[in-house]
Design a protein around this ligand. Structure first.
Ligand code: SF4
Length: 461
């Protein structure tokens, strides 16, 4: 297996927070979305019931995943679609490329799909001479800037409107210094309209695929998925195998939860259903991708992570994500769910992510499918210790703490030493660049006596 580079979340987060102004509005913007989500969730009396139901449906689906995928394949094929299976990202990319080559395609339009991000499809196709245009506005902005999305629902949330203005001036020829969102959006609309007309194949993601019908649903706010697949004759839909749901009636549960959790809207502007190719001259290809999902399914403590419907609510609420930015995770899916998923791919590379968490549990509280995210992050920390992946300094200090806490006499003595000596400790001992834990914290005033001492003196009162 290819070794991935080590992800250093603390260093990247440090770089993000160095821009105080950006950190502040990033935090505020996401908190605004989180607040909208709360309002919407509060307006549905059966919200908690829906969450429980969604969790149960997903548990059942993942338990019988093979059966539901086969049922989906049968029904989708009966509707005229061609179903492909990809074991990993490389196979997914080859399948898509072959379909494009079969149709002598040079230009494609693509709507938002975190799966194709995960598989690195854009670069792969571009390396093979195919022009790829992301048609979601946020995705187009990051594509023009040669960046990756920093959020799964709001891909350009880290970019200021002035920076968008600069990017559009450079690539789309808008007025220099323009930053009016209405003006910039109009410019993007005109630019993308030409790309839509030139697109020879439309590629989309999938939000939900229904085993019972063989159909699938794509949710967008811009209608770009619909336009992208309405003009070309070939539609390629790429989906992770966990996107399956058993029955058509289950869809309503997830549709009610998704947009409310994601952006605080009652429903996305477009909820488009696809059942086979749109006419006999058209083709619909559905690529079902595993890419590590079966491996995750085999791990009982992390299996629930496959329930994720990619709403982004855990990111919007996470105090670490809001203040460190999505790029600090160096992963396609950042935030709490990303910190659970990424180490499953490579625990050594992503070992810093389960620690990018205060264990406040806010992510678990908002997750519409009730993934116990902070428990899973804690479980990952235990796993990293078991795999001997903690840095040496942390291993040694934890070993020392373990000896101390298990030995009452030593603990009492250490407390006494601490109370006597801490007040004389030079400030530079705690505030230096080697001590990253205490540099941002002031030690509390040492108490005059220990609790044991106080208790012994006062127990008779
Ligand atoms: S883990 Fe839950 S809250 Fe986070 S993106 Fe997935 S479904 Fe949404």
């Amino acid at each position: 297996m290819k070794t991935l580079p080590i992800v250093d979340h603390p260093t990247k987060a440090h770089a993000f927070v160095a821009d105080n102004e950006r950190t502040h509005w990033h935090d505020q913007a996401l908190w605004f979305v989180r607040s909208k989500r709360d309002k919407q969730a509060g307006s549905v009396p059966e919200w908690e019931y829906l969450r429980s139901l969604a969790s149960q449906i997903k548990t059942e689906t993942i338990a019988k995943l093979g059966d539901y995928l086969s049922e989906f394949e049968r029904n989708a094929t009966a509707l005229g679609a061609t179903v492909h299976w990809a074991a990993d990202a490389a196979e997914h990319n080859e399948i898509v490329l072959k379909i494009l080559r079969d149709h002598e395609t040079l230009r494609i339009v693509k709507s938002k799909s975190m799966l194709t991000e995960e598989c690195g499809l854009n670069h792969f196709l571009e390396d093979n001479g195919i022009e790829v245009v992301d048609t979601d506005l946020g995705e187009r902005i990051v594509q023009l800037r040669k960046e990756t999305p920093s959020h799964i629902v709001l891909p350009a949330i880290h970019i200021r409107k002035e920076e968008v203005g600069e990017t559009f001036h450079e690539h789309l020829g808008t007025d220099e210094g323009a930053s009016d969102p209405q003006y910039l959006t109009e410019a993007a609309r005109g630019h993308l309209r030409d790309k839509f007309l030139a697109g020879e194949v439309g590629i989309t993601g999938v939000n939900f695929a229904i085993a019972e019908t063989g159909g699938f649903v794509i949710c967008t706010n811009e209608g770009n998925a619909d336009l992208g697949v309405s003009l070309p004759r070939v539609h390629i839909a790429c989906m992770g195998i966990e996107k399956i749901i058993p029955r058509f009636e289950d869809l309503a549960v997830f549709i009610r939860l998704l947009a409310r959790s994601a952006t605080g809207q009652p429903i996305t502007t477009y909820t488009s259903h696809f059942h086979g190719p749109r006419d006999p001259q058209s083709e619909l290809h559905i690529v079902l991708v595993d890419n590590g999902r079966s491996q995750l399914r085999n791990r009982s403590e992390f299996r629930d992570a496959l329930h994720c419907i990619r709403c982004g609510a855990c990111m919007n609420t996470c105090p670490v994500y809001r203040r460190s930015g999505g790029h600090s995770y160096s992963a396609t899916v950042p935030g709490p769910i990303g910190s659970v998923l990424s180490p499953t791919r490579d625990s050594s590379s992503y070992k810093s992510l389960p620690y990018a968490c205060s264990l406040c549990g806010s992510c678990t509280d908002v997750c519409p499918v009730k993934i116990p995210l902070h428990h899973q992050l804690l479980a990952w920390r235990k796993e990293l210790v078991d795999q001997n992946l903690l840095p040496y300094s942390k291993r040694i200090s934890m070993k020392g703490a373990s000896i101390l806490f298990r030995n009452p006499r030593l603990f009492t003595f250490a407390g006494w030493v601490g109370r006597k000596s801490l007040k004389w400790l030079p400030h530079g001992m705690t505030h230096n660049r080697w001590n990253t834990w205490t540099i941002a914290r002031e030690l509390p005033e040492p108490p005059r006596e220990s609790f044991r001492h106080w208790y012994a003196a006062n127990r008779k009162r």
